[in-house]
Structures are given as structure tokens and as C-alpha cells.
Write a protein that binds this ligand. Structure first.
Ligand SMILES: [Zn+2]
Length: 144
């Protein structure tokens, strides 16, 4: 038996599920769009509020599959990707894991991408419209 109150709750639940699905589908679309070369700064900063950290990680990994630099604003094709996983720095006496760094054409793109990564909110995608839109910033080019 459905009372009018239950009906209202059911409608609310359905609306919540649809909203969640739409937000996830939208994030997937954004991931695909960020695999294209020639993305503008404005477009890039604008879509960041609609994706989560794992979506951004997908973008980097997918771009790597196509041998594109992992930073979505860079259209450089990675010509030679180093085969080694680690690099030893004799001066600093340190071992560096290259797994992530290898996905980028330059140190700047790597740092710029890490910088963006730290700004992407981890709140659920379908609750984003309830919080103020973050003011995303690109790593300044003079940090090259
Ligand atoms: Zn690059």
C-alpha cells in the first residue's frame, strides 16, 4: 500500500538515482573529451568541477595509452618513453620511481598535472551542485 507520503519519498529516491547516474555519465564524457588534443585552458578549468580524482587518473592513463603527454593541456606526443622504472640520482643518493613521471613530456607538465590533481574535489559528483564551485588554478608557466 502506498500512502501519498511514501509516493513522495519514492519520487525523491528515483530523482536522486537519476541525478547520480547523470553526474557519472557526464564525468565519463569529460574523461573522453580530455583525451583530445588542443583543449583550451578555459574548457579544462571549467570541466574540473564535474569530475573526481579517479576520473582524472583515468584521463592520464588513457592519454598514456595513446602516447599523449598526460597533462590534458599539452598536445605533445611522447616519442620515446623510457623503459626503466627507476632512476638513481647519484648526487642526491636517491632512487626515483618514474612510473608517473614517464607519462609526461616534461617536468613542467608533470608538476602542472600534479598541481591540478590536488585541487580536484573528492566529494561525490552528484552532490557537487550543493557546494560552491572551486576556483581551479593552473600551475603558472614561469614554474617551468
Ligand atoms: Zn607535456
Amino acid at each position: 500500500m502506498t500512502t501519498p507520503t511514501n509516493g513522495g519519498l519514492r519520487d525523491q529516491l528515483i530523482a536522486a538515482v537519476l541525478k547520480k547516474r547523470a553526474a557519472i555519465a557526464r564525468a565519463q564524457q569529460i574523461v573522453v573529451s580530455l583525451l583530445e588534443p588542443g583543449i583550451s585552458d578555459e574548457t579544462f578549468l571549467d570541466v574540473l568541477s564535474e569530475i573526481g580524482p579517479h576520473n582524472y587518473a583515468d584521463v592520464i592513463d588513457e592519454r598514456h595509452v595513446y602516447k599523449l603527454c598526460g597533462y590534458p593541456l599539452c598536445s605533445t606526443v611522447l616519442e620515446k618513453i623510457p623503459a626503466q622504472k627507476y632512476q638513481i640520482c647519484a648526487i642526491r643518493n636517491k632512487v626515483y620511481d618514474l612510473t608517473e613521471r614517464k607519462k609526461y613530456c616534461s617536468g613542467y607538465c608533470f608538476r602542472a598535472s600534479e598541481y591540478i590533481k590536488t585541487q580536484i574535489p573528492s566529494t561525490p559528483l552528484w552532490l557537487r551542485d550543493e557546494e560552491p564551485k572551486p576556483n581551479f588554478k593552473l600551475l603558472p608557466l614561469d614554474k617551468k
